[in-house]
Design a protein around this ligand. Structure first.
Ligand code: ADP
Length: 482
């Protein structure tokens, strides 16, 4: 268990921003340091080799002049010259050979090849005046050919060639020493960079940890609070977005609270009336039967009201559950509205309201029949309910284009004041509370209607003039958009 936890912790670290920053710092620090070290070593070595070559060349050139002036090529037994050649050889740990015009080695400081002939291309080229130096890096030597020229003659000619081999072992040793020092320095640098990357990455990701801490530190009443981490523009944007989210949650929370308190109030009102009526009956010993019947009728209608509120609430809650609950099928809208009209005609007649339905074309659409039937019923019921006491009318129309179908419910009723039009779709909102209650309204009908229409990706608009009438226009897509 512990090892699994540890493993998952390790995996989490592998996915962290901190690790990526650490890697970035290491890559940016260590790779240039390694490259720099090897470049410095290489250029140091090249510089040392070229310095050594120049120094040896200079000394040998002087010696070449001496060879000419002392006629060494004719008589190689000159002790002074031989001594100098030996000193030079010992000094640079090398070998010097002097070759005469016949390509014969007349002097070899190693005493190995004296008297032999040498016909190498470099020697031949040197007799033509082309001096060369060549680095033999495998054996750590520089080979040079120098022309022994009689510069005093009118036409200076090459009398002989000096072949010099200089050992670079010393340079190699000092290079190795420097390399070892370089490795030590590099190790220290890598260690410092690792440490730095660890510390810096920690500092850089700190603001993000601050965000997590702030969110986790939000208290019970967190919806009232705000978080702020302004270290980076990015953290500021994240915290701003989070604060906006908090605000939205708060609005939702407030509206939920308001809804619950409205529901409680609405449910309690009929109960309070029932209680008053029942208490009135109970407090009188001999209640006349007429009064008894009247009070019981009132109690019955309050119970109906309570029932209506609960039915509406249940419909609303069902609508609130997302579109997943929609039971979409292709429905003939003419038939659907026809049925609603048929069902509500008796009620309209009771109130002396003329109810008509005009359909401009047959319409079939993908809808949830039950939910939209309820929505349209609510609109028509309202149009009947809030109509004139005498001679009113309600006109329903249905039309469609290639994308939507349109339903309008117009009435000749009492109308809705301008300032109330924005609120009529809110739960429990009623323009005239007592009038609405009188005619059996709960204030939930239009909220249910709007929810059903929005679930179908449709829209509803109201147009009304107090005293003249109201028209609700509904637009719904013919094909359901998931
Ligand atoms: P209610 O159950 O009270 O009718 P609704 O949500 O259906 O609740 O309607 C909200 C309010 O809008 C109603 O109380 C009423 O004041 C107003 N209203 C709705 N439809 C009409 C209409 N056709 N004519 C006039 N007023 C209306």
């Amino acid at each position: 268990m512990v090892s699994r936890l540890f493993r998952s912790d390790k995996l989490r670290f592998l996915r962290s921003l901190r690790l990526r920053i650490m890697i970035l710092i290491c890559v940016m620090g260590i790779i240039p340091a390694i490259i720099l070290e090897s470049v410095i070593l290489r250029s140091q070595e090249n510089h040392a080799i070229s310095q050594r070559t120049i120094a040896v060349k200079n000394q040998c050139s002087i010696l070449c002049d001496q060879l000419v002036s002392l006629n060494y090529l004719e008589d190689p037994s000159n002790e002074v010259v031989n001594g100098e050649l030996n000193i030079l050889t010992n000094l640079y740990g090398g070998r010097i050979m002097v070759i005469d015009r016949d390509y014969r080695i007349i002097k070899d400081t190693f005493n190995l090849d004296r008297g032999k002939y040498i016909l190498s291309a470099r020697v031949v080229r040197c007799f033509d005046g082309e001096e060369t130096d060549q680095l033999d890096s495998r054996n750590q030597y520089v080979d040079m050919t120098l022309a022994i020229t009689d510069n005093t003659a009118e036409n200076p000619e090459v009398l002989g060639v000096m072949v010099v081999s200089v050992s670079l072992t010393e340079i190699q040793i000092s290079r190795d020493l420097m390399e070892r020092r370089g490795i030590v320095a590099l190790t220290i640098i890598i260690f410092v960079i690792l440490l730095l990357s660890f510390v810096l990455s920690g500092i850089l990701v700190k603001p993000f940890e601050k965000i997590t801490d702030s969110i986790e530190g939000l208290t019970e009443g967190y919806l009232e609070e705000q978080i702020s981490v302004t270290d980076y523009l990015e953290t500021e944007l994240i915290t701003n977005a989070f604060n906006r989210l908090l605000k939205r949650i708060k609005v939702l929370d407030d509206s939920r609270e308001e809804f619950v308190s409205n529901v409680s109030h609405e449910l309690k009102t009929p109960l309070a009336s029932i209680k008053v009526l029942a208490d009135a009956l109970n407090s009188q010993p001999d209640v006349p039967i007429e009064q008894y019947q009247e009070f019981m009728k009132d109690i019955s209608s309050e119970i109906d009201r309570e029932n209506q509120i609960i039915t509406d609430l249940l419909s609303l809650v069902k609508m609130d559950r997302k579109a997943l609950d929609l039971n979409i099928e292709t429905v003939n809208i003419n038939d659907l509205i026809g049925l609603i009209v048929k069902r509500l005609t008796p009620i309209a007649k009771l109130r002396n309201v003329e109810l008509t339905f005009d359909s401009f074309r047959p319409v079939n659409a993908e809808i949830d029949q039950t939910k939209l039937a309820l929505a349209f019923s609510n609109l028509v019921e309202n149009a009947i309910k809030y109509n004139q006491p005498e001679g009113g009318w309600v006109r329903i129309s249905l039309n469609a284009d290639h994308k939507y179908f349109y339903v309008t419910v117009a009435d000749s009723g009492i109308g809705i004041p301008e300032e109330a039009q924005d609120h009529i779709f809110e739960r429990f909102y009623r323009v005239d509370k007592s009038h609405s209650r009188e005619i059996g309204g709960t204030g939930l009908g239009l909220a249910i209607t709007r929810n059903a229409i929005v679930m179908h990706r449709g829209a509803i608009k109201v147009h009304s003039k107090p005293g003249e009438g109201t028209t609700f226009s509904v637009r719904i897509p013919l094909v359901y958009i998931a």
